[in-house]
Design a binder for this molecule. Sequence first.
Ligand SMILES: [Zn+2]
Length: 88
Amino acid sequence: MTKNVGKFVKLFAKNMKAGKAPARYAVNGLPVTCNHCSSDLFEHGEAQLNTALLSFLDLDFANRSANILICTQCGYVHWFYNQIDRLD
Ligand SMILES: [Zn+2]
């Protein structure tokens, strides 16, 4: 039992680390490079677009989440409305 819990914690920690590690991504079949510094390593995040401002502007079609890729080198934030693919 104790052994299994240890294994679970180890697995969880590994996944946490993997989720935070910078990676390369592709969008629409094209590798993503930073607009500013041309780096190809990013951290991935998501942003909920369901905001009062969008609803006020009658842009409810945009009320879903967007993918965000943050350049690990210079911090430039890239927003993607489409699906992104992790490469490594
Ligand atoms: Zn950059």
